[in-house]
Design a protein around this ligand. Structure first.
Ligand SMILES: Cc1cc2nc3c(=O)[nH]c(=O)nc-3n(C[C@H](O)[C@H](O)[C@H](O)COP(=O)(O)O)c2cc1C
Length: 184
């Protein structure tokens, strides 16, 4: 796919069909992540792929509880039985890195860059993705992390969902680049 079309056509997808995502598609998305630049070329990530719908629902339910505690103003919205966190997506991917006090920030930056590669690759394959910022709060719940496969000594840097979108993705308006200074 032409790069500009890919960059501008990708959207965060919050409604998915029940169609399964193939192993080949998931592997292609993971591989795209590994081509992202990393500080000192450390390639620090490890990926966790969750296709177990019950486990994804568990992630949503645990996240809902945390969001309700941390953001009382949003609590009412999350009382719904609907999956308003992972949107019933068929795949949840966690980009994880080893815990590292000194290089934690670098690990996060590397993971975010990998995520964008993965979002674009998924889009090229006709799949949708959405960054799961709320799910990141589960970092404070070691018991939940253990149950969803995050190994001891690792932390979850970027969680995101993936699946076949129910509706077509497409370009949206964006603000013009805000150039604060252009010094020649
Ligand atoms: C750090 C980060 C956290 C996000 N967390 C969530 C989230 O928890 N739930 C959600 O539905 N979308 C989440 N998003 C998606 C944004 O809402 C979305 O990227 C933004 O509205 C722009 O839309 P677009 O991705 O379709 O261009 C997150 C995006 C980023 C970058």
């Amino acid at each position: 796919m032409e790069l500009d079309l890919c960059i501008k056509g990708r959207r965060s997808v919050r409604a998915y069909t029940d169609a399964p995502v193939s192993k080949e598609q998931i592997e292609a998305v993971l591989e795209a992540g590994t081509w992202a630049p990393t500080g000192m070329n450390r390639q620090p990530w490890g990926f966790i792929v969750i296709e177990d719908r019950k486990l994804i629902r568990y992630v949503s339910d645990e996240t809902k509880i945390l969001v309700q505690q941390m953001m009382p103003s949003r609590a009412k919205r999350f009382q719904s039985e609907e999956d308003l966190i992972c949107y019933d997506a068929p795949v949840l991917i966690l980009i994880c890195t080893e815990k590292d006090k000194q290089l934690g920030r670098l690990n996060l930056l590397d993971s975010v860059l990998a995520a964008q590669n993965m979002f674009l690759k998924a889009y090229e394959l006709g799949l949708g993705t959405c960054y799961m910022g709320f799910v990141q709060y589960l970092g404070s719940k070691p018991d939940v992390l253990k149950r969803i496969g995050v190994p001891e000594g690792y932390e979850m840097m970027v969680p995101f969902i993936m699946g076949h979108p129910k509706t077509k993705q497409g370009a949206e308006k964006r603000n013009k680049p805000s150039v604060l200074k252009w010094i020649k």
